[in-house]
Design a protein around this ligand. Sequence first.
Ligand SMILES: Nc1nc2c(c(=O)[nH]1)N[C@H]1C(S)=C(S)[C@@H](COP(=O)(O)OP(=O)(O)OC[C@H]3O[C@@H](n4cnc5c(=O)[nH]c(N)nc54)[C@H](O)[C@@H]3O)O[C@H]1N2
Ligand SMILES: Nc1nc2c(c(=O)[nH]1)N[C@H]1C(S)=C(S)[C@@H](COP(=O)(O)OP(=O)(O)OC[C@H]3O[C@@H](n4cnc5c(=O)[nH]c(N)nc54)[C@H](O)[C@@H]3O)O[C@H]1N2
Ligand code: SF4
Ligand SMILES: [Mo]
Length: 757
Amino acid sequence: MPFCESDTMTEPATRAYRICPFCEACCGLEIDVEPGAGVNLQRPRVVRIRGDRRDVFSNGFLCPKAIGLKELHDDPDRLRTPLIKRDGRFVEASWDEAWAEIERRLPPVIAAGGANAVATVLGNPTSHKMSLILYFPRLARALGTRNLYSASSVDQVPKMLSCGLMFGTWLSVPVPDIERSDFLLIIGANPMVSNGSLWTVPDFRGKAKALRARGGKIVVIDPRRTETADVADEHHFIRPGSDVYFLLGIAHALFDEQLVRLGRLAGHVAGFEQLEPAFAHFSPERVAERCAIDAAVIRGLARKLAATQRAAVYGRIGTCTQQFGTLASWLIDVINVLTGHLDEEGGAMFPKAAAFAANTRGAPGFGRGIVTGRYASRVSKAPEVSGELPLTCLAEEIETPGDGQIKALITIAANPVLSAPNGPRLARAMKGLDFMVSLDIYLNETSRHADVILPGPSPLEDAHYDVSFTQFSQRNHARYSPPVLARTPGQPDEWESLLRIGAIARGLGARVDVDALDDAALEEELRRSLGDAASEVTAITAALAPLRGADRLLDLGLRSGPYGDQFGRNPGGLTLAAVKAAPSGIDLGPMTARIPEALRTPSGRIELAPPALMNDLARARSDLAALPPDLVIIGRRQLRSNNSWMHNLPALAKGPFRCTALVHPVDARRLGLVDGAMAAITNGARRIEAQVEVSAEMMPGVVSLPHGWGHDLAGVRLNVAVERPGANLNALLDENLRDPLSGNAVLSGVPVRMAPM
Ligand SMILES: Nc1nc2c(c(=O)[nH]1)N[C@H]1C(S)=C(S)[C@@H](COP(=O)(O)OP(=O)(O)OC[C@H]3O[C@@H](n4cnc5c(=O)[nH]c(N)nc54)[C@H](O)[C@@H]3O)O[C@H]1N2
Ligand SMILES: Nc1nc2c(c(=O)[nH]1)N[C@H]1C(S)=C(S)[C@@H](COP(=O)(O)OP(=O)(O)OC[C@H]3O[C@@H](n4cnc5c(=O)[nH]c(N)nc54)[C@H](O)[C@@H]3O)O[C@H]1N2
Ligand code: SF4
Ligand SMILES: [Mo]
């Protein structure tokens, strides 16, 4: 569904290509821009956005959110200059004034409280902005703080941890090879709406349709009969939070019925013999009641997986954001191994990204593996995972006095007041900070607490390469988007902003030469990776010289990557220039078998039974008999919305009100809830009010409410979103519920009460 402003337009002035930054599908878009006219001579405007049919990866697909690119760019509420809070009110400021304010206020906090007095929170759009994702590590290094938080710990850390333990790097996540698969078991994911996650798969619908047309089958396991369930062959409700039992039941059945076949991987696994005894307790018959799926169904799925040559199990956020998130994430890949589907065509395979993938660096086949718990959070003692602490610990770390207390906060494309459990507590904690900076494009629920807001350029003004999502792509490719529109004068790149904040924190002052700083950091990094080969460092620096900033790091990543030109040693190999010369991208082919080469575990094997996970099975065992609460709440994503921040775009915000609480008719009847009426949802003392929508899509005993709403907070500048603010699901959730291994928040299956208003 292309967006077109003028049907009469014949010859567009310019045609540009841009990867859509709004979700993990990373669709290639074709964007027509008309030159400005009249009083708007300096302001060219986007007149058409379509899917780029020649795009080597997305082949023309797009969803209704793509139009958001234009709406976001034009949104009068989008910030275009820094804001500084003076006497409690935001005033527009120049970039120099903003930097001076940060220089005045940040270093004293560090001088008084040490490095850990500053915390950062990274949000989801960071992974869609090459500047932010490539340069955040430099800011983190400059700050030297342990207080690093991100949206990952309300999202996918369990999967990163299980994959890190099994395969040796945090992002070695196998993804379904959907185009060659004949059976997909999809658990706790709704790619019809989310367009895929930790699985970059534009046009899931088309690919699912093709799978079924060739005789394949899709089965969905979800407490709601989702849009994905609607295009599948079979759907089973599952009791929220009990995926670990369902998956243990499948794994048990595979051993019990002698269906295990490791195939080619037999020589590449460790810990196999520990699995059967560990799963012995969890027969399908024993777990059925807990997960509310019949033992016969569990056994049937185990047989189907074993009997289908090209099949994969895929799980996503529903399997992560729960008490047993890491165990569930691990079992998904264990089952893929046990059924001979890991690293096989049509199964779950490892992408080979053109740049930045840790599983393409260093010696192939083994490595240092991952470690966790190098330090712990100060108050709750939650272990560090992947260099971060759980976002759910942030409020207590700000509130609790003592050595290491957080006194300053830098949020980077993050809105934790809406996206983190008990956001209201976090908002209160923010009021107690000495200083807060938000890199954000809106004055919203989180950035309203900042003393300085630094806006990033609109995506249309920014170059782009998918640093993260190429690592989860169902087909290998390299695509680069140059900026579509010229920058607002004075607007720095976000990588420059990150470097400058880091320099201020290090006492180098706001007027530091960021290019010189960037040069020095690059040289230092090259020296570290190349050892003392000084001549090589000089030659590589010279080869990259025409570029700066994120583009330069990208060129380095591509050229030294698995398809790269290796700075002349592999003539014809990839360079940024080559990728730029192909506006619709370069196809690098389907996924290929990568075991053992992709492994970076110390043993050089797939670790099937990491001790931390084996030990955690005892926790699952002791919880097996838990009785179902009367009513539990889960989340829901929606096609025209993206977490918390696209409710201000008119074309996406219009239409039926979406922040509704879905309840099954049986629950509605017994609780006296009426379709369209308001209800109070409570969790202990926490309470929100939401509009009821009675729907047989729901599993009885489960209510579903989308997250990212609740825009009716004082001081936001979101003129469209505040008209229909919705309710904040996270005002209800408990920040103290975490998966102990990963520290990930429990967002799913939380007991609540509901009553008519
Ligand atoms: N209950 C519940 N809570 C959840 C979830 C759930 O399913 N249920 N899902 C979780 C998940 S998966 C995630 S990823 C998190 C997301 O958590 P967050 O990342 O904290 O939330 P977002 O809503 O994505 O907010 C992104 C912020 O980035 C800003 N922004 C957008 N583009 C740019 C840009 O180009 N530059 C800059 N500097 N800023 C920009 C937006 O204005 C917004 O403030 O939410 C989590 N929270
Ligand atoms: N349109 C749109 N697209 C998005 C986003 C968005 O907000 N809007 N957000 C993006 C982000 S940040 C992410 S992380 C991805 C997430 O991508 P997905 O994981 O595909 O997202 P969801 O649609 O939240 O799907 C999770 C499913 O899990 C189900 N579920 C909840 N609890 C449980 C449980 O205990 N067990 C099982 N088996 N299922 C459960 C829910 O009903 C839901 O259908 O989507 C991304 N894409
Ligand atoms: S599916 Fe929609 S939001 Fe996601 S990348 Fe494609 S066009 Fe953008
Ligand atoms: Mo996410």
